[in-house]
Design a protein around this ligand. Structure first.
Ligand SMILES: *Cc1c(COP(=O)(O)O)cnc(C)c1O
Length: 362
């Protein structure tokens, strides 16, 4: 695309202030969507074109649309927060844009330029700014950029047409009653991703692959699944949609990016923030035996999960076929809470932004 100009075709009947306020009073997560969306088309030979902001509306899809059959689909997730002065900002949107390109490349899809990705998110937030919840309550407007193949046909090949979209959904505070530890089911046989596969791409297929283990976790009374590496079934990788951190006193360790893990932007931000706060922070390997043993001998003091949706979630009880143990007596740990506050304060504009991560939209 030669220009990032997005044609604005706003809705003539957006929700009333009263209707929107009723939704914002209790938005939940991913249940309500704002008045608008952004769409940009890509066609082979022509590239990106027809960038538009239009009323939020269903898509009309041919039953032989390739995405429905072969799952050429990628997505992103980022949040817009209301700042103390009433302006709104996203957090490291260029990092999401770059990861979207990495995902696109792996799934044989066209790469959207970083500036176009950011401009599309900005345009939607600008238009639906009234949907960004008030400052102070940890509530936000969750943005979901995504891309699907739009070519029609059942031949297996990379499609020759795609649609990029951004939609937005108000999100309440993840822990309305205060931060609560999450229980984890350790999946010892089912894996999420394999070396050489698509684990590092943010694509729906990885989530589809995780749902059966997620259902098993629920049957064991657990809220999330932790996955091990697919070769040795020994090294801890991540949860279905969040990265993990292990706290050893004043040293924190997160599993290294082997290719089957998703490189979380929250994970990356915490490596830096933890060092700012005087912790030693590194990428490494943690085996499942070590997780259990070091919890039991007291050297592993806290474990937490991190990602855009929940920011930082303490891990409480871990259940596996081989036993059950609990981190930090089932309470949110001190380091977990300190890092969580530091990151949220930067994201919401309550504190300075020493790394230049906050992208103020207006
Ligand atoms: C999105 C995602 C994460 C978290 O990434 P953030 O950029 O921090 O939101 C972690 N794991 C998986 C599998 C994901 O899809």
């Amino acid at each position: 695309m030669t220009t990032t100009t997005i044609e604005l075709k706003p809705s003539s009947n957006p929700l009333s202030d009263a209707e929107r306020e009723a939704i914002l009073a209790s938005p939940g997560f991913g249940r309500h969507f704002t008045d608008h969306m952004v769409t940009i088309k890509w066609t082979e030979g022509r590239g990106w074109h027809d960038a538009q902001l239009t009323p939020y509306a269903p898509l009309s899809i041919d039953p032989a649309n390739m995405t429905l059959h072969y799952a050429q689909e990628i997505f992103e997730g980022l949040k817009a927060y209301r700042r103390p002065d009433g302006s709104v900002a996203t957090f490291r949107p260029e990092a999401n844009a770059k990861r979207f390109q990495i995902s696109a490349h792996r799934m044989a899809m066209p790469e959207l330029p970083v500036d176009v990705f950011v401009a599309a998110c900005d345009a939607l937030v600008q238009q639906d700014k009234a949907w960004v919840p008030a400052h102070g309550g940890e509530a936000s407007l969750y943005l979901r950029p995504f891309m699907i193949a739009t070519e029609v046909g059942l031949g297996v090949k990379p499609a020759n047409e795609y649609l990029f979209l951004v939609i937005a959904s108000p999100a309440g505070p993840y822990f309305p009653g205060g931060v609560k530890p999450v229980s984890i089911w350790l999946s010892e046989d089912r894996v999420r991703a394999v070396p050489g596969g698509i684990g590092f791409a943010k694509t729906g297929g990885n989530y589809a692959a995780s749902l059966l283990a997620q259902a098993e976790a629920a049957a064991h009374g657990c809220a999330q699944v932790a996955y091990l590496d697919a070769v040795e079934h020994r090294w801890v990788e991540e949860l279905g949609g969040m990265n993990l951190y292990f706290v050893y006193g004043d040293k924190i360790v997160t599993p290294e990016l082997t290719g089957s893990l998703l490189a979380g932007i929250t994970r990356d931000s915490l490596l830096k923030l933890a060092r700012d706060l005087g912790y030693e922070a590194e990428e490494g390997r943690v085996s499942i035996d070590q997780w259990k043993r070091d919890t039991e001998n007291g050297t592993l003091t806290e474990v937490f999960a991190c990602g855009t949706a929940a920011v930082i979630t303490p891990v409480g009880t871990v259940k596996s076929a081989g036993g059950e143990w609990t981190q930090a007596n089932g309470e949110p740990g001190k380091v977990t809470l300190e890092l969580r506050k530091r990151l949220l304060d930067i994201q919401t504009g309550a504190a300075d932004d020493p790394h230049g991560w906050v992208h103020v939209i207006g």
